[in-house]
Ligand binder design. Structure first.
Ligand code: HEM
Ligand code: SF4
Length: 579
């Protein structure tokens, strides 16, 4: 195996010490192959063994089991019912109707939950695929032009792009950059094609550089990239390592402001971990986009902490080496200088529900999907409805970073039929409150092995109760960005919410307050270990004050900061933890 770990420009900035075990397993994996093929054939267990358990992540899968039935199976002396969750690679969340019909059928035939889950990073997940069906799953995706390469693990993951194509031309250009960046930063190993698509193994020579960008050890930790079109920060750039903010002139894309080092994950009680907003490095012209993306990734590759995975993300590298040092290195590697940041403004993060028209005369219908779960419920057959729409729709679909879906590119003549199908199947419902549309949760139980508290299953009832409270406090039409995550990893982006609930233990949450509508700051810890009744009591008291004390149309997050209920958190850890 050749080692193509690229020369480190400034070795002083490397963290010394015993490397994390993930470094060994990546290095020994033969470029992400491991012994996955052998494991796949072993039917004595439904799971993957040793390093393969981790390695399948770089192919877009997590091994899971249903935690609701784990205890019961243990009593029967059975191993957990292992299965995998698959996350597709879908830059900008764009998926065609034909592709939708393909994934709809696979979800019916081969997933134990029968659902398609729209995620907070603009893709979909299958939950509950058993080992004998995994290869078929990848081949099915491949047959419809999809894959799941690098959607998990220590690589650059699915690249996001602002969803709603209202400014059609600008959106199209930005979206194409999201695709190009995704492809440029993908692992170059042929492991995925060999293992899942039965393609021939092509031997590499000793001195061949297999992974010129990612290196033989890949990245120190997961890495996330976005392209965002102001004024909508729907993709929540501060949750991501590398962000390209589209700067346009007369509706034409001319370049990007580049923001580096956002991230939300933390560990309860560990002050060396914290959510952090991204730093603005400045403006670049379009032609430098890929070089800058590559330079940020390789700088993080070489300087990121490979000793302690809890401090391995880009945000910690920036704080350790200094933002200016990191930025100068990116300029050096990309052979450019960042220009002064161009001005832009984010005003909101939510999706525009209902119909909106693009400047190209096409129409786009955004559907609210609670928890992003596309499933046939007794009261609403969302999955059947989506399949019927896919069977007639001539445009495409856009998955949003808020777990919703846009039926995009509808001609005037087709609007009525699409709307009727959406209404018939409960996909469009005029009574959904603003509060429900502003609420979000991660998956958590029963599938996520890291969940400490409920999130997706808790949210619908929580929103019912918050709606009642808002009405009681004369705020019926108002809404608060309310997000719940089952643990502090932050998949539901609670650390960019006006009210963020972060799972602490069964039925217990830490309550954070004070992000803003644009998502430009992280919230601050307000109360720890609050139970579900306590959450409602707090929200009642806080919104009662908001109702009477707010100035003009002040948003909830701004109110709690101005009223001194919580302190404002600025860019870094200095304000997030109290000391
Ligand atoms: C140490 C940090 C993190 C770890 C270990 C982690 C782990 C996981 C796991 C195990 C799942 C699968 C849950 C399931 O589908 O059953 C998941 C889902 C997901 N995570 Fe994370 N995660 C982390 C941080 C984040 C952050 C900061 C974001 C984005 C801001 C994120 C975005 C997602 C998304 C989009 C999903 C798909 C499900 C959804 O939409 O809720 N993750 N994560
Ligand atoms: S936030 Fe925690 S509980 Fe929720 S999906 Fe992510 S890892 Fe699982």
């Amino acid at each position: 195996m050749s080692n193509n770990f690229i020369k480190v420009e400034n070795p002083v900035l490397i963290v010394e010490g015993k490397q994390a075990d993930n470094e060994r397993l990546k290095a020994e994996s033969d470029y992400l192959r491991g012994t996955i093929v052998e494991d796949l054939q072993d039917r004595m267990t439904g799971g993957f063994t040793s390093d393969n358990f981790q390695l399948i992540r770089t192919h877009g899968m997590y091994q899971q089991d249903d935690r609701d039935i784990r205890g019961e199976r243990q009593k029967q002396k059975l191993e957990p019912l292992h299965n995998v969750m698959l996350r597709a690679r879908l830059p900008g969340g764009v998926i065609t109707p034909t592709q939708w019909l393909g994934i709809d059928k696979f979800a019916d035939d081969y997933t134990s939950y029968g659902s398609i889950r729209l995620t907070t990073r603009q893709t979909f997940q299958f939950h509950g695929v058993l080992k004998p069906d995994i290869k078929l799953m990848h081949q099915t995706l491949n047959s419809i032009g999809l894959d799941s390469i690098a959607t998990a693990g220590d690589v650059n993951r699915n690249v996001l792009c602002t969803s709603n194509p209202v400014e059609s031309e600008l959106h199209q250009e930005a979206y194409q950059w999201a695709v190009k960046i995704s492809e440029h930063l993908l692992p170059k190993t042929r492991a995925y094609a060999e293992i899942w698509l039965d393609e021939e193994k092509v031997e590499t020579t000793e001195d061949e550089v297999v992974e010129p960008i990612l290196g033989s050890n890949y990245l120190p930790r997961k890495f996330k990239t976005t392209v965002v079109i102001p004024p909508n920060n729907d993709i929540d750039l501060h949750a991501n390592d590398l962000n390209f903010v589209a700067i346009s002139d007369n509706g034409k894309l001319i370049g990007f402001n580049v923001l580096v080092g956002g991230g939300l994950a933390m560990t309860h009680g560990d002050k060396a971990t914290y959510p952090r907003c991204a730093d603005d490095f400045g403006f670049i012209a379009l032609e430098h986009t890929l070089a800058v993306a590559e330079a940020v990734v390789t700088t993080q590759r070489d300087w990121g902490n490979r000793v302690n995975r809890k401090n391995a993300k880009t945000k910690y590298t920036l704080d350790r080496v200094g933002v200016d040092t990191f930025k100068a290195e990116v300029e050096h590697r990309a052979g450019i200088e960042f220009g002064d940041s161009r001005s832009y403004k984010f005003t909101h993060r939510g999706d525009s529900f209902g119909w909106v028209s693009g400047i190209d005369g096409k129409h786009h219908l955004t559907l609210f999907i609670e928890n992003g779960r596309i499933l046939d419920y007794p009261s609403k057959s969302l999955k059947t409805g989506m399949a019927k729409i896919a069977a007639t729709h001539q445009g495409d679909f856009r998955l949003t970073a808020n777990q919703n879906i846009i039926i995009a590119g509808v001609a005037e003549a087709d609007k009525a039929a699409i709307e009727q199908l959406a209404r018939e199947h409960g996909l469009l419902n005029d009574t959904t409150s603003n509060q429900r549309k502003s609420s979000m949760a991660c998956v958590a139980f029963p599938t996520c092995p890291l969940a400490m508290a409920e999130a997706e299953r808790y949210l619908p009832k929580l929103v019912d109760d918050v709606e009642t409270i808002l009405t009681k406090n004369n705020l019926a039409d108002e809404s608060i960005i309310l997000r719940v995550t089952g643990c502090p990893n932050g998949c539901g982006r609670a650390m960019l919410a006006e009210i963020g609930l972060v799972g602490k233990g069964p039925g217990k949450y830490n309550m954070y307050l004070g992000s803003d509508l644009a998502g430009s700051r992280v919230p601050k810890l307000y109360k720890e270990n609050v139970d579900e009744a306590g959450v409602l009591t707090e929200i009642d008291a806080l919104t009662a004050r908001w109702s009477t004390e707010r100035i003009n149309a002040e948003a909830f997050g701004d109110f709690v900061v101005r009223a001194g209920i919580v302190d404002q958190v600025n860019i870094s850890v200095r304000d997030f933890h109290d000391d």
